[in-house]
Design a protein. Sequence first.
Length: 118
Amino acid sequence: VEFVESGGGLVQPGSSLTLSCLASGFTFGSQSMSWYRQRPGEGYELVAGINTVSVNTIYAGFAKGRFTISRDNAKKAAYLQMYDLKPDDTAKYFCNAGYNSPKFKDFWGHGTQVTVSS
């Protein structure tokens, strides 16, 4: 099992970013996918989840209305579109299988750093 996240960066408040996650080592189309974030010294915090056929989604309170999760089963990829970014969104972002909790807790990727600062 492997997750490779990309798309992070240093942006100003109010900016947008789209994160990508490429997954391998499991049957991608059979698993829900989710995004998490982690700040230094803290655990993984659920950001958003999406079911196998993109019908159902779930968002953390801070993500509702600003973030959109999506997936492309043909590409074995998941995405997180983030709008109106705030300094509090600064964290490293990770993807994993699962809808609202990580299925492969022993297989986290390297994550992608998002830093929101003026």
